[in-house]
Structure formats: structure tokens, C-alpha cells
Design a protein around this ligand. Sequence first.
Ligand SMILES: [Zn+2]
Length: 276
Amino acid sequence: MKKINLLVLLFLTFPALASLSVSNVAIPGGIAVIDFHTNHANPKAFYGNVPVYTQRIKDSHWQALVGIPLLAKIGKKQIIIKDFSERKIDFTVKDYTYQEQHITLTGNKKKYVNPNLAHMDKIKRERPILSIARRTFSTQEFNNQSFIRPVSGITTSPFGFKRFYNGEPRRPHTGLDYAGKIGTAIQAAAAGKVIVSGEFFFNGNAIFIDHGQGLISVYIHMNERIAKLGQIVKQGDIIGTIGQTGRATGSHLHFGVYLNQTVINPNILIKGASKL
Ligand SMILES: [Zn+2]
């Protein structure tokens, strides 16, 4: 009994560390969790030339969280740690096979398979906005230990499916689709800052939230955008509602997460979710 009381006291005395609790899922579309030690107060990590999310776990124990591209080759990779000097740490990307999904778009939605010139103009104008947002690497800190599901609906399309639209291969599914009626409230998966709130050709009404250090969540095909550009949101805040704007075959939320400019399976960060 005494032991339990002491543990409770210790827990209350030392506030919980604001580190993300992440499982090592070192597959394409996953996150490699790489432990390292340093006495430097602010070590940096890079994967290629891209800065990587780092977090202090305890004392000199740190972690680098590396998003692995869906199309990454299997095998040995490395990150560079820069603290008082520079060193390399190896890690291994393991194989994983995602399933195929065939989608038929008809009527007005056909334009999303082969967009016309006017649509191509819009797509080209939007590209830099989306690209800058995905490349954001901010140093602001938010006290997130895990993500929550942004809506409660069932997952209708898992992450990573190899997709074919009307028989034509397109890029794999870069997020999770949750079913839901138009107008259903969408919550911020974690605390952060709104860095995109706009209407786009493929994404429809979309919001991007920056959680710091290249970790960004995206909410796509929304009916209504509630959160405003530049707004700081808490985990669970209502940021918009479910819709079917853009390239969407029915009303649903497409939820995506970027880490070091790479789409990763959001379930790896969602508390209680099965990791694949
Ligand atoms: Zn989707």
C-alpha cells in the first residue's frame, strides 16, 4: 500500500513529459522510432536533407521519429544526428504489402480521373500552397502525448491501399477514410496551429494543423471549415464538419498525417488504434 502511495506522489511531483508515445513500425508508411543518447540540450536529426522530429524521453535519452515513405525501398537506412558533433545511426525498413482498391467514378466526379485544362490550372495554383504546408518544420511545442480519432465513424478505406480509379493506377491512399453523415463534427486530433484552411480541387474543403517539428495532420473533403488560418487549437476542438467536397465518392472524412514531409499511417499515433 505504501509503495502505491509513493508512486502516486512521484507521479504528481514530476509532471508528465510532453513526448509522443509512438510504437516502432518501421515499414513503408510507418514510423521508425530511433533511440539515441546525448547531453546536448537541442540535438537535431536529419533523414536525407529533411529535418526529423526529435524528443527527449528522460535525461540523456532521446528519440528521433522518422516517417518512412510508402514507396521507400526495403532495407538499411540511416539518419544523421547533429549535437556536439555529427554521427549516423542505422535502422532497417521492413517489408509490408498493402492491398489493392478499385474505385469507379461516374458522372460529374469523372473530372477527378482526368481533369480538363481549367481544372489543371487550379491544381497548379494550389500545388505550391500544399507543398509549403507539407514542408513546414516549426519549433513550437504542443503538449501532445498521442492523437485522438477526429470522428467516431468506421474506417471505410484504410491507409496505404494501392488505388485504381476507373482502372487507372493512381497514388496509394495517403490517409484513413472515416464514414460519417454530412455535417458531423470533426475534432482536432491533437493540439496545434492551423496552417491551411481553404478549398482545393482534389481535397475540397481542407484544414492542415501543424503539431510542431514536421508533424502535420490534414482533414479533407470537409463540408464546413470552422477553424481559421493561424488559429491555435487544442486536442478535441471542433475544426469543421464532414462533407464530400473534392475527389470524394461519398460523404466521409479523409484524415492524413505527415511526418518529415512523408505521409504515414495515422493509426500509429492514435491512442488505442490498431497500428496497421
Ligand atoms: Zn481518403
